[in-house]
Design a protein. Structure first.
Length: 210
């Protein structure tokens, strides 16, 4: 992979998690019936997830502090043509608790939304996803000590969340961009190690000459 195609923090990324969406129930004159309000978690803290065979990733508590949710929409499978709600209209709300990023939405009376409600009732929709921009991340280079281990990327700060979605395939997505980013960061780490070893060696040589 080309080293000059690195994705730095600050570009958009997307992740999917296997946490079921729930459909609320409410009592009415006919007894207990299902409402049109759905809820779930689009992201969770302290959960390590493998990104392909390249690295693991973990969202840290506090990552959503000062995050901008004002432009966020709720879609189906990240498809802007299947809009289900948005924060600016009050039909989508996002809250951060000790578990992660939780959403609630009142679905519209549209053909797509009615189909999605039925899929949620049947249990066919199996997870949630969110699209986001990372402001700060940190790496633990675990493979330095054990080549069999994958390195760990910790997402420390997220600046924007602009799309949460209910999805049909709840698996953490790995893209070529993720792989390029990981490889570039690994190369930076190697260069830093080599520079530190060279500086240490030069220091020892200076002591010998003296």
């Amino acid at each position: 992979m080309s080293k000059n195609k690195r994705q730095p923090d600050g570009l958009s990324e997307r992740r999917i998690i296997a946490i079921p969406v729930t459909l609320e129930r409410r009592a009415d004159e006919d007894g207990e019936s299902e409402s049109r309000r759905i809820s779930g978690y689009a992201a969770v803290f302290n959960q390590k997830t493998r990104i392909g065979n390249y690295f693991e990733e973990e969202i840290m508590p506090g990552a959503f502090d000062e995050c901008d949710f004002s432009r966020c929409v709720l879609n189906f499978n990240h498809d802007d043509n299947i809009l289900l709600g948005r924060t600016s209209s009050g039909t989508l709300s996002l809250d951060v608790d000790e578990k992660g990023l939780r959403f609630e939405a009142d679905l519209p009376n549209t053909t797509h939304a009615n189909d999605i409600l039925e899929l949620i009732r049947r249990g066919d929709i199996e997870g949630c996803s969110f699209a986001f921009v990372v402001r700060e991340s940190a790496w633990e280079w675990l493979s330095d000590e054990d080549p069999a281990q994958l390195d760990l990327r910790k997402i420390v700060k997220i600046s924007d969340v602009f799309d949460v979605s209910v999805v049909t395939h709840p698996a953490y997505e790995q893209t070529s961009v993720d792989a390029r980013s990981a490889e570039a960061d690994r190369e930076d780490h190697k260069r830093a190690q080599e520079a530190a070893r060279a500086e240490q060696f030069n220091g020892l040589c200076s002591m010998c000459i003296d």
